[in-house]
Design a protein around this ligand. Structure first.
Ligand code: FES
Length: 219
């Protein structure tokens, strides 16, 4: 079953995309544009320079009014509930992005007729590191927290009450980026550049692990 068909008869359509989730949405928007239907796009990315299709989107008619970029480096987040609540009755909603974003979307749409709700998850290219067997050290307070098999660094940080921001839990959105003070991360994300990964100065704690027995985090 295709959970992500375009409803061409909808008078209004609102799209939520995260990262590369924009890819299937661009042709859908172009189609609606040809049909003369109303659409809005909310596109979450880390920053404009890394947002796929940003230039094409900017060229769409009335792009300023219809495309909203939610950029992590500018501190803007997608407020799914507010946007959905403020949309006209009968609007069809679409979400394509990482698991966490789609889960939040499904929850935010829980009171809507299912035929108006469309989503597609994409998975990170690599499996999350859950092998465990290392310790993370929080530089600012000196706490040492073991990471056991079956858990990610993010899992143990949240279990221990450490305040860490996260969204996709799949290594694609960039929200959980954390500075590395010492140690060698086992990078499993699709967010950091190859240069950033090679520098070992940052880690996406939602999915990456450690190749060294201890990883000192800037937390
Ligand atoms: S929470 Fe999205 S990359 Fe970690």
């Amino acid at each position: 079953m295709n959970d992500f068909p375009l409803c061409e008869s909808a008078a209004n359509s609102v799209f939520f995309c995260g990262g590369i989730g924009i890819t299937p949405v661009v042709p859908m928007i172009r189609r609606l544009e040809r049909l003369g239907a109303h659409w809005r796009l909310h596109f979450a990315a880390r920053h404009r320079a890394r947002a796929a299709y940003a230039e094409e989107l900017a060229l769409l008619p009335e792009a300023d009014a219809r495309v909203t970029m939610h950029l992590e480096n500018e501190g803007t987040r997608v407020d799914l509930r507010r946007i959905i609540a403020q949309s006209p009755a009968g609007t069809h909603f679409y979400c394509c992005g990482p698991r966490g974003m789609v889960d939040g979307f499904i929850e935010a749409c829980s009171s809507l007729p299912p035929e108006q709700v469309h989503f597609e998850r994409f998975a990170a290219a690599s499996e999350s590191a859950t092998e465990g067997g290392f310790e993370v050290v929080l530089k600012r307070c000196g706490r040492r927290i073991p990471v056991p098999t079956g858990k990610t660094i993010l899992d143990v940080l949240l279990d221990e009450g450490v305040n860490v921001q996260y969204a996709c839990s799949a290594g694609v959105c960039g929200t959980c980026r954390t500075g590395v003070v010492d140690g060698v991360p086992d990078h499993r994300d699709d967010f950091l550049t190859d240069e950033e990964k090679a520098s070992n100065s940052a880690i996406m704690v939602c999915c990456s692990g450690s190749s060294s027995p201890t990883l000192v985090l800037d937390l």
